[in-house]
Design a protein around this ligand. Structure first.
Ligand code: PBG
Length: 329
């Protein structure tokens, strides 16, 4: 890159002088269309429950979802991602609750599609909310078994599509699941159901608060390093993305987001596919706690989100989605 101009003929501060000038030349702006709100759901009736590790985030019973969805509608957030908090007595080794047509996710999709048909719904495909060991796949001979897990994930995805889910988001990191899920969806003529692959998902400490939110934290034995990515690597991120595009992914996700902006940027530059980013629970809570303790101010939220746009993300999943949407005109 050749830099032209020099002081004193050129003064870079000239363009920073007034707000209107700064706004005029701003390269990246967040719009409400860029935001995806994750929502946690729980069993029971008439309850909105706070989550210890995520101040400002709540678990809703299905009948209370309208409280948050009214806001989503009012502020024109296009898409919500739903995550279930499954009671212990419904978890087992095989995560069979994932395939129950009356589980929390299925009930929520039906509720949203009936009462708020214009709001998009996306769902995780993975078994961790449902397994007694907290892993995303099933365990055979002490290992997370890839191919046997895939068989269940296909059924989970088909069930979500049947309930009316718009975007299927496999977050399990099993090899080959995108192709298998696409094939199964097509066979049942779910041509319009999109797949957003969590193609690049690192084994991260920044998921801690989320695991508390979905109740898998105390369950989880060992870590997820045999299937989620090693944070010392970037090459395999591109292999993951390349494979998933070939298998039929419509969009890919990088997760966590804030600490992997380099990966987002390189995918954006090298693959012609929409890249989304997930500002995960640990990233959210770090900022939120700092704001609550007056270590950071509220503007840090928008700054953290614009960073994703600069890196090339087209949309961001963030627990701050409503806070941001309220601020944007
Ligand atoms: C489950 C899943 C996780 C997140 C989204 N889906 C956690 C994990 O893999 O352990 C993390 C989201 C967040 O931290 O906000 N497959």
């Amino acid at each position: 890159m050749k830099i032209v101009g020099s002081y004193p003929k050129t003064r870079l501060r000239r363009l920073r002088k007034s707000k209107w000038k700064r706004d005029l030349i701003a390269e990246y702006n967040i719009s409400r269309n860029d935001l995806i709100l994750p929502i946690f759901i729980r069993e029971g009736k008439n309850k909105i429950e706070s989550i210890k590790t995520m101040p400002g985030v709540y678990r809703y019973t299905v009948d209370k979802l309208n409280i948050v969805l009214k806001q989503v509608k009012k502020y024109n957030i296009p898409l919500v991602a739903i995550f279930p908090y499954t009671p212990k007595n419904k978890k087992n080794n095989l995560g069979t609750e994932a395939l129950n047509p009356n589980n929390l996710v299925c009930k929520s999709i039906r509720y949203i599609k009936k009462k708020f048909p214009k709001i998009g719904v996306m769902c995780d495909v993975a078994l961790d909310p449902y397994t007694s060991h907290g892993h995303d796949g099933i365990i055979i001979n002490n290992k997370i078994d890839n191919d046997e897990t895939n068989k269940i994930l296909i059924k989970q995805a088909l069930l979500q599509a049947k309930m009316g889910c718009d975007i299927i988001a496999p977050s399990d990191m099993m090899d080959g699941r995108i192709g298998l899920i696409r094939k199964a969806l097509d066979k049942k003529k779910y041509y319009d159901v999109s797949i957003l692959s969590y193609a690049v998902k690192y084994a991260s400490s920044f998921y801690g608060p989320f695991r508390e939110a979905v109740g898998s934290k105390s369950q989880l034995k060992k870590d997820k390093k045999t299937y989620q990515m090693d944070f010392r690597n970037s090459n395999e991120a591109f292999r993951e993305v390349g494979f998933d595009i070939k298998e039929g992914a419509d969009m890919v996700m990088v997760k966590p987001g804030m600490i992997y902006l380099d990966i987002i940027k390189k995918i954006k530059d090298n693959f012609k596919i929409p890249v989304l980013a997930y500002q995960v629970s640990g990233e959210y809570s770090s900022i939120k706690y700092a704001i609550e303790n007056k270590v950071l101010d509220e503007n840090s939220i928008l700054e953290s989100i614009v960073a994703f746009k600069r890196a090339g993300a087209c949309a961001i999943i963030t627990y701050f989605a409503l806070d941001i949407a309220k601020k944007i005109k």
